[in-house]
Design a protein around this ligand. Structure first.
Ligand code: ARG
Length: 459
């Protein structure tokens, strides 16, 4: 045990207590941020005349060496250190002697960990955003290729009106686009630097907090030192946003699982993204989609965990807050993995266009259009609704679709129908007529695709 705080104690910490309290096993993930933050702190201390230039040089060199050795795998995180902050400081002292002991001047682990976590999250937000952008690029590609791939659109999981694959995927494009904008918002709000807040009440040294904030890429220093060490709002926001990403992925996965089933056969997940059964040789399972759906629970769990941890802890720092890390790290890694795998799965997935179109036809998704046909010929909508209802009933009795009914059968139910009814209820017509912005018609879709393309080049 190599603690930073042995001075006022008369007894060694019990080993179980030490293990329970220690966080190095997981906060080692923060080594880069911890070292970068320390370098900025040392630079500022020198600039303010609190350290000499030589002392700053020695500290910086020592920290650079530690960073290089960790990355080269020659410096291991030995469990004798309590946390990443103790680990780095102890190593610095071991390498540079007494000068290393000056690094912690005007700083506490409370503002240090607040800084490390913010910087870590900031980096990860960038990575998640890039992964989301790659996913959006794949979605847009699929949309462009499937402007005329007709499929049933559903409400209540009942076939409702015909749409296209481009339109359906476009819905998810909007969701993931919102997810990206949430990342930008969170980054903006978190980007104030807590360093220099000390344990809770700032410090008596003449620190230049604006300078360290600038060195570390923040928009400025935080404005209340107690809030600085006690704020974990950005983690709650991040985990809420990640939960939303997972909710979107999970809904999409659910649809793909259904579409990939024997009953639907709308898509076929590539062999590379499917798994087999150890007993049933015929099986090809959509395990990846199921796992992404399943892992959603894990990310929601992280959100519930941090919300509960933060509830009812008094100002300022309390050790409860150490519990902010493991689940957050896990949620970030989970989401990154899920986006990447999901992207691979949909990019290699085959669309069974004929099955999709047939399914739209057999589900009477063009029934509204048949009613609209009558309305266009002067029949009041309510009457038209009733007439088409009777048409559907006849089709169900005969086990045929609306376009398979003969004109005589149409006219027997309403004399208003003419030969052009067939064109009016063709899948193509039903979709193409819907050209208000946001609708599945080709013109409307082309306009939206151009907007999304521009968005991807600008963001
Ligand atoms: N490991 C601690 C955490 O993650 C670092 C801060 C410790 N501060 C303290 N006063 N014990 O929150």
């Amino acid at each position: 045990m190599a603690q930073l705080w042995g001075g006022r104690f008369t007894k060694e910490t019990d080993q179980l207590v030490y293990n329970f309290n220690a966080s190095l096993s997981f906060d080692q993930k923060l080594y880069k941020q911890d070292i970068t933050g320390s370098m900025a702190h040392a630079a500022m201390l020198a600039r303010q005349g609190i350290l000499t230039e030589e002392e700053k040089e020695a500290i910086t060199e020592g920290l650079q060496g530690i960073l290089a050795d960790i990355e080269a795998g020659v410096l291991e995180f030995s469990p004798e250190y309590e946390d990443i902050h103790s680990f780095v400081e102890a190593n610095l002292i071991a390498r540079k002697g007494d000068v290393g002991k000056k690094l912690h001047t005007g700083r506490s682990r409370n503002d240090q960990v607040a800084l490390d976590m913010k910087m870590y999250v900031r980096d990860e937000i960038g990575e998640i955003d890039s992964l989301l952008k790659e996913l959006l690029t794949s979605l847009l590609h699929i949309m462009k290729e499937n402007l005329h791939t007709y499929m049933p659109g559903f409400t209540h999981l009942q076939k409702a009106q015909p749409v296209t694959v481009a339109h359906h995927f476009g819905a998810y494009f909007e969701m993931f686009k919102r997810d990206r904008s949430r990342m930008t918002d969170i980054r903006k709000r978190l980007n104030l630097c807590p360093l220099g807040s000390g344990a809770l009440a700032g410090t008596t040294y003449p620190l230049d907090r604006a300078y360290t904030a600038e060195l570390l890429g923040f928009d400025g220093p935080t404005l209340n030192s107690m809030d600085s060490v006690a704020d974990r709002d950005y983690l709650i926001e991040l985990l809420a946003a990640l939960s939303t990403v997972m909710m979107h992925l999970s809904r999409f996965c659910e649809e793909i699982i259904v579409w990939n089933s024997n009953e639907y056969q709308f898509v076929e997940i590539d062999d590379g993204y499917s798994t087999g059964s150890s007993i049933m040789p015929q099986k090809k399972n959509p395990d990846i989609a199921e796992l992404v759906r399943g892992k959603t629970g894990r990310v929601y769990g992280a959100l519930m965990s941090i919300l509960t941890t933060m509830k009812g802890i008094p100002l300022a720092y309390n050790k409860d807050m150490q519990e902010d890390k493991e689940f957050t790290f896990d949620a970030i890694d989970t989401v990154k993995g899920c986006i990447a795998l999901f992207n691979g799965m949909i990019s290699t997935m085959e669309f069974k266009k004929e099955n999709m179109e047939n399914s739209a036809k057999n589900g009477f998704t063009n029934a509204t259009d048949a009613a609209d046909y009558l309305v266009n010929h002067g029949v009041p909508f309510r009457d038209a609704h009733g007439i088409v209802g009777r048409l559907v009933l006849t089709c169900i009795e005969k086990n045929i679709s609306l376009d398979e009914m003969s004109l005589e059968e149409y006219q027997a139910i309403s004399p208003v129908f003419e030969e052009d009814i067939y064109e009016a209820i063709s899948m193509k017509k039903c979709v193409e007529k819907r050209n208000t912005i946001g609708a599945p018609g080709t013109d409307a879709m082309r306009e939206v695709i151009a907007i999304q393309e521009k968005y991807l080049t600008e963001n």
